[in-house]
Design a binder for this molecule. Structure first.
Ligand SMILES: C[S@@+](CC[C@H](N)C(=O)[O-])C[C@H]1O[C@@H](n2cnc3c(N)ncnc32)[C@H](O)[C@@H]1O
Length: 367
């Protein structure tokens, strides 16, 4: 729980039973991350006692325990309800639909930043055949089309474009997605881009000939597949020698959320990495898996997304919904989760997560 109010903090610490001054301050430190100065602590206690919200008990020597009164408990409950309303206002409780969510990621600063790193790393050139595996609603197909077939809106129906005076330029982009809904959306969004084709397919079994593509990318798609090793072998099969694959996948174990209660932040991250995302730590594993699949790995580019605003972070991370699932799965207690969210809702905010952009190349054949 976050509050600047020393009296509310004192009331919180007394909710589970009487404590004396030193123990109250230790509990406050556990709750808020810092102790109250002696003046604030005893000032708060005196004011609470004068209002009848706490009462002293008999004690030994100077250690005089203090207990919350029924009136104090009523005030605390009122305060807790009002803080719950704050977090209700801050966090989304209904998940956005998947396409809207992907659009949101792509439009945000973090999304634009890593997607640019991926596009640059892909080095797609006019004439290339480029695959976007797990293309979703077609988020990146326009930029790929622009790279492999500049001015691509004016191409011929079979995707082969006559460059003005420079001869044929058969640049092609093929978006692949397992979801009919995503593929339909991608088709609609790229209707004016003739070099772009969309296929509904599972990337564990790509419907392409060996060595038929120059470039391939996966953008946060491998984290969801059943078998990333098999997918990498498939991509290796369809890329030509000298071809290049760019993978952009988060490492959810790197998610850090600043909070005085670090254990709850760690438990939240563990839940996301273990239970929310199928391959939650894939980011760090990609270089090893790509090498094992027969690629070289000329570059590993970590991109750290930093969120300084709780609402922008919630739009991507779904903090409240995920926390509720973590409680149901036994990763967090209900109280710890509520306190954690209340603090995040009202204080300065910082969260960060690393996405690895991994460049994998198919070796050229010599001789
Ligand atoms: C997180 S979305 C990313 C979409 C897109 N790359 C983007 O950046 O907006 C992952 C996509 O991978 C697709 N996907 C998951 N498993 C797949 C598979 N085995 N084969 C093909 N696509 C798959 C999903 O349908 C979804 O559209």
């Amino acid at each position: 729980m976050r509050t600047q109010d020393a009296q509310t903090l004192v009331l919180c610490t007394l909710a589970d039973g009487p404590l004396h001054g030193y123990a109250i301050n230790t509990a406050i430190e556990r709750l808020s991350g810092s102790r109250l100065g002696p003046g604030s602590l005893y000032g708060a206690l005196n004011r609470l006692e004068a209002k009848g919200l706490v009462e002293p008990l008999e004690g030994q020597g100077r250690a005089r325990p203090v207990r919350i009164t029924a009136q104090g408990r009523a005030v605390l409950e009122r305060e807790a309800r009002s803080m719950a309303r704050v977090s209700d206002r801050v966090f989304e409780s209904v998940p956005p639909d998947e396409i809207h969510y992907l659009d949101r990621v792509a439009a945000g600063r973090a999304g634009r930043s890593y997607k640019k790193v991926m596009l640059d790393a892909l080095a797609a050139r006019p004439g290339h055949t480029a695959l976007d595996l797990g293309c979703g609603p077609g988020t990146d197909l326009g930029a790929l089309a622009e790279a492999v077939a500049p001015d691509s809106g004016s191409g011929s129906a079979d995707g082969r474009r006559e460059d003005k005076g420079t001869g044929p330029c058969p640049g092609r982009v093929i978006g692949v997605d397992i979801s009919e809904e995503m593929a339909a959306q991608a088709r609609e969004r790229t209707a004016g881009l003739r070099p772009v084709r969309i296929r509904v397919a599972d990337m564990h079994r790509l419907p392409f000939a060996d060595r038929s593509a120059d470039r391939a990318r996966t953008d946060r798609a491998l984290q969801h597949v059943d078998d990333p090793v098999r997918v990498l072998a498939e991509i290796r099969r369809v890329l030509r020698p000298g071809g290049r694959l760019v993978l952009g996948e988060p490492d959810w174990d790197s998610l850090t959320v600043d909070h005085p209660d670090r254990e709850t932040s760690r438990a939240y991250t563990r839940f996301v990495a273990d239970r929310v995302i199928r391959n939650g730590t894939l980011g760090r594993e990609l270089p090893r898996l790509a090498l094992a699949a027969g690629f070289t790995v000329p570059a590993v580019l970590p991109v750290v997304s930093v969120f300084r605003d709780v609402r922008s972070a919630d739009a991507i991370l779904g903090l409240k919904r995920t926390t509720e699932r973590a409680v149901a799965a036994g990763y967090l207690t209900d109280t710890a989760a509520r306190d954690w969210l209340d603090h995040l809702a009202t204080g300065p905010f910082l969260a960060a997560v690393t996405l690895y952009v991994v460049v994998a190349a198919v070796p050229l054949e010599i001789g």
